[in-house]
Structures are given as structure tokens and as C-alpha cells.
Design a protein around this ligand. Structure first.
Ligand code: 5RP
Length: 220
């Protein structure tokens, strides 16, 4: 019987095929991204380095002797590999369970290809069962929360958590996200919102989904 970790490890290994030689690769955050970092260590002599989407991933990369490059130095990246909290067949995602959504969205935006690596439990028909993370400037927390209630959500402050950018996270429960592209834009227009965890305008390009029957590949 394969465990969730076995599935995550398998998709992380499969994602290595998408990393071109001699490149700087974009690296996500979370338990599946950690497996990818560990796999990347096996080909570290074939790549120039990595751009990390969090301080945690940067430390893990460095621990393997992989050079961490700033995005400003690296320029456009050929590929970004990251997990997701939920993903649809259209390759729209909710991300930010680990609180790294802002840097993840930036590195994804600067990458030609987004390879999403997930175990099968993450595939959903409609986004929203997983509470939608929203990174907010601390002074705007209450204002943003009221706007989210007006949109039909139930925001909850992620207690004891500060993002790598010094902000707070509101996790929004109770949303059934029928139009993720539209909601992503709406949320971005609330003053005080830094980033929302919908990755729909720029979704994934390839999904490597770990199932007990093997890895399924979906392309946008
Ligand atoms: C972190 C993220 C992660 O990609 C997401 O939470 C999935 O994590 P995991 O691979 O541990 O399930 O968005 O901010």
C-alpha cells in the first residue's frame, strides 16, 4: 500500500524530467516541494542553481549544496515546480497552505512553465473546500476581513504566523469558487491584500498527479 509520502516522492522524481540542463530552476514550498528539492540534489551538478519561494525552501536547497539565486539576478526561469492545496482539471489552484503564496506567485509568474506536483487527494471539481489563504498587510486585517465576509467567506486569522514578507494570513472558509479567475482579480483589488492563494489567471501548465495506479499527467 502506497502512502501519501510515496505518492509525493514519485511525482517529485517525475518532475526532474522537466528540468533542463544548465538552468536555474524555480522551487516551491511545502512537503511535496521538499521531496522535489531532495530529488534535485541528485542532479545538482547539472543545474546552475535555484530560486526559492520561501526562506524554508532556500535553507533546504542550501543544505543540499544547491546555490540559491535571487530572482532579480536569475531573470526568467524555464521552469517552476511546486505543490498545491487543491487543483482542478483546468489546472487552477489554491495555494498558500504553507503561507508562502506571495513569493510562490512571483516565482511562478517569472517562469515559462509551472509544473504542479500533487498526490491524488488534491484534485477537486470545485475549489474552496480548502480555506483560501490571503496574505494581508497587518494594519488592514480587520478591513480586509469585513470585505471577505461581504463576499460570502468566513475569514480566520492564522494565529502565530507571520509570512516571510512580515504580513499576516487570513484563511477564508466557506467559499465555493465557481469562477476562480474572476475571484482572483476581485480579491487582488481589496486594499491591503498583498496576494490571494488563487492561482487561476496563471495556473499550472502541467500537473503530475500521484495516484496508486501511477503518475497521471495533465496539461493545460
Ligand atoms: C505553500 C503551498 C504548498 O504548495 C501547498 O500548501 C501544498 O503543500 P504540500 O505539498 O505540503 O501539501 O502553497 O504555501
Amino acid at each position: 500500500m502506497m502512502s501519501l509520502d510515496d505518492l509525493k516522492r514519485a511525482v517529485a522524481r517525475a518532475a526532474i524530467e522537466y528540468v533542463p540542463e544548465d538552468c536555474i530552476v524555480g522551487v516551491g514550498t511545502g512537503s511535496t516541494a521538499n521531496f522535489f528539492i531532495d530529488e534535485l540534489a541528485g542532479i545538482k551538478h547539472k543545474i546552475r542553481g535555484a530560486v526559492a519561494s520561501s526562506e524554508t525552501s532556500a535553507k533546504r536547497l542550501q543544505g543540499h549544496g544547491i546555490e540559491v539565486v535571487s530572482l532579480n539576478e536569475a531573470g526568467t526561469l524555464p521552469v517552476y515546480v511546486d505543490g498545491a492545496d487543491e487543483i482542478t482539471r483546468h489546472l487552477h489552484m489554491i495555494k498558500g497552505g504553507g503561507g508562502a503564496l506571495t513569493r510562490e506567485k512571483i516565482v511562478a509568474a517569472a517562469s515559462k512553465k509551472f509544473i504542479c506536483v500533487c498526490d491524488a487527494s488534491k484534485l477537486v471539481d470545485v475549489l474552496g473546500k480548502f480555506p483560501l489563504p490571503i496574505e494581508v498587510i497587518p494594519m488592514a486585517r480587520s478591513y480586509v476581513a469585513r470585505q471577505l465576509v461581504a463576499l460570502g467567506g468566513q475569514p480566520e486569522l492564522r494565529m502565530g504566523f507571520t509570512t516571510d514578507n512580515g504580513n499576516v494570513i487570513l484563511d477564508v472558509h466557506g467559499l465555493q469558487i465557481m469562477n476562480p479567475v474572476e475571484l482572483e482579480s476581485t480579491l487582488d483589488h481589496i486594499a491591503g491584500v498583498v496576494t490571494n492563494g488563487l492561482f487561476a489567471r496563471r495556473g499550472a501548465d502541467v500537473l503530475l498527479l500521484g495516484t496508486t495506479e501511477g503518475i497521471k499527467t495533465m496539461v493545460a
